[in-house]
Design a binder for this molecule. Structure first.
Ligand SMILES: Cc1cc2nc3c(=O)[nH]c(=O)nc-3n(C[C@H](O)[C@H](O)[C@H](O)COP(=O)(O)O)c2cc1C
Length: 334
């Protein structure tokens, strides 16, 4: 059965990719992911702040600048508290590329187009097959308008594209007022693909301890609906690749994302829950489904239920919501 797919111009043996998390920082896990059938791995993000700390820029700022500047950076973890520094990160790329045949995608996470973006070139030189760019930016300043926020994404992308010749994907959040337009603008600025979606860190309050909780929740399959909506809408409308990220627990979610039009499907939470070998379960489920539906290749399945391919494309939009509400039973809910 032909499960090959093209992602960011790379030919992958199947659409299953391990997304960015500490799991892929470990070479043994990367090997296990490959052995279990995973088609590519994304390394965890290297943060702009880590790179700046290493290059000494931060130190320079905090020494020479006014006291308030030092304060502004006090939220950053100390260099020692990061899992790996920029140099070790490059070493992991090198070792992973030498060890496995599958593509190894480096992830960079930053919010400015400043000097740190040149690090993308070092990742390329170390052997990264592509760069995944995560602009984790929370526009909390009320004086920032949408255009300025969007321009920031374009600036970071352009700076990274200038530094490398390997493909670059943008890992986006769903929080844009015109997401389809944003994707088009980023495509014109050189993005080779889009990962939908990034899960923004969202705090919770620990009532007993009266403080913010510092934790990350693993996802559940109910969370596939938002990325599924946008993959279904964007599939066939844009030139770049589409990666689905969030909520994959079993092959059911993988198949749904592919039907909506994803070129690859990424998973982190399920691998953290069940271990890297879970890739084999996802792959077996996908293969069984294709066999049961008499499909000889992934291409026969991909995008079949995208908005463009459906007879009634409004099912992805407002009209369908109204239809659902009209049939919703009115009753006593107490
Ligand atoms: C513990 C943990 C660490 C993560 N680290 C990163 C990271 O470094 N960079 C990144 O872009 N995404 C990171 N993510 C987000 C995942 O790559 C993924 O997009 C998200 O978890 C949704 O996918 P899932 O539902 O399969 O978990 C992390 C997620 C978890 C749970």
């Amino acid at each position: 059965m032909d499960l090959t797919t093209s992602y960011l111009g790379l030919t992958l043996k199947n659409p299953l990719v391990a997304s960015a998390s500490p799991l892929t920082l470990d070479l043994d896990n990367i090997r296990r992911i490959e052995d279990a059938g995973g088609a590519a791995v994304v390394l965890p993000s290297l943060f702009e702040e880590q790179i700046e700390q290493e290059t000494g820029a931060l130190e320079q700022y905090t020494r020479a600048g006014p006291a308030s500047f030092a304060e502004a950076f006090s939220y950053l973890p100390s260099p020692a508290s990061y899992r790996v520094g920029p140099h070790e990160y490059l070493e992991i790329i090198r070792k992973a590329r030498a060890m496995v045949a599958i593509p190894v995608i480096a992830s960079l996470n930053g919010v400015t187009g400043a000097a740190w973006t040149a690090h993308a070139r070092l990742a390329q030189d170390a052997g990264a097959s592509a760069i995944e760019l995560n602009v984790f930016f929370i526009p909390a300043d009320p004086s920032l308008n949408a255009q300025e926020v969007e321009q920031r994404y374009v600036d970071v992308l352009r700076a990274v594209k200038t530094a490398v010749s390997i493909p670059v994907s943008m890992k986006l959040s769903p929080y844009f007022s015109a997401l389809a337009h944003m994707v088009r603008v980023l495509g014109m600025a050189g993005a080779d693909g889009f990962v939908l979606f990034n899960r923004f860190y969202q705090p919770d309050i620990d009532l007993a301890a009266s403080r913010l909780r510092l934790d990350l929740r693993l996802s559940t399959p109910t969370e596939i609906r938002l990325p599924l909506l946008w993959i279904g809408i964007l599939s066939g409308q844009i030139a770049g690749s589409l990666a689905a990220s969030t909520g994959v627990e079993s092959s059911d979610e993988v198949i749904k994302y592919l039907l909506a039009g994803a070129d690859v499907v990424m998973t982190t939470s399920a691998l953290l829950r069940h271990g890297p070998d879970h890739m084999a379960t996802l792959l077996a489920g996908l293969t069984q489904w294709l066999t049961a539906h008499d499909s000889a290749s992934l291409a026969e399945l991909r995008g079949k239920m995208s908005q463009r391919m459906l007879k009634d494309p409004v099912v992805y939009e407002r009209a369908n919501y109204i239809k659902i509400l009209q049939t919703w039973p009115v009753g006593d809910y107490r």
